[in-house]
Design a protein. Structure first.
Length: 156
């Protein structure tokens, strides 16, 4: 009997449900074959479980590998996650320049958390040239009221 796309979709939905319900062993069991088959959502969730040791011992190498393959497929949360790994030096060697690259990819897909992080990086000159105007644009894209930000920055 062949495994169909419908079966994969059901396994993905079941895996996501198990993940959300914090049944991580079951989620790992359902999502790993899909991750290995190239499903970005499964790869992202497997990365999270590996990173945090949710279905066994933490596995930073596997977490970084799964996060990267999902990010390279354009998964915005994985791009943000990979950026975070580079920014914090978690699972990967700290590299703020690489972090900025991945945060920008996610930010360009509308992820407010990445837009905010990127804004802070431009504001601080962390991994990118300090650029208050770029910071302002990213804060605005993230939904911040830039007039409030201007007032806040004058009080520093």
């Amino acid at each position: 009997m062949m495994h169909s796309q419908d079966d994969d979709h059901m396994d993905l939905q079941s895996g996501i449900s198990a993940f959300e319900a914090k049944h991580f062993s079951r989620a790992m069991q359902l999502l790993t074959p899909l991750a290995e088959a190239g499903n970005a959502e499964a790869q992202y969730r497997v990365a999270i479980m590996c990173q945090n040791g949710l279905a066994g011992a933490p596995n930073p190498d596997a977490a970084a590998r799964w996060m990267r393959v999902a990010a390279e497929q354009g998964h915005p949360m994985a791009q943000h996650g990979l950026g975070f790994m580079y920014l914090e030096g978690e699972c990967l060697e700290k590299d703020p320049r690489q972090a900025a690259v991945w945060f920008e990819k996610a930010a360009n897909q509308g992820l407010a958390g990445s837009q905010t992080t990127l804004a802070m990086m431009y504001q601080e000159g962390n991994g990118v040239e300090r650029d208050p105007e770029a910071a302002r644009r990213w804060y605005q894209k993230a939904g911040f009221d830039v007039s409030e930000l201007d007032a806040f920055s004058r009080n520093d």
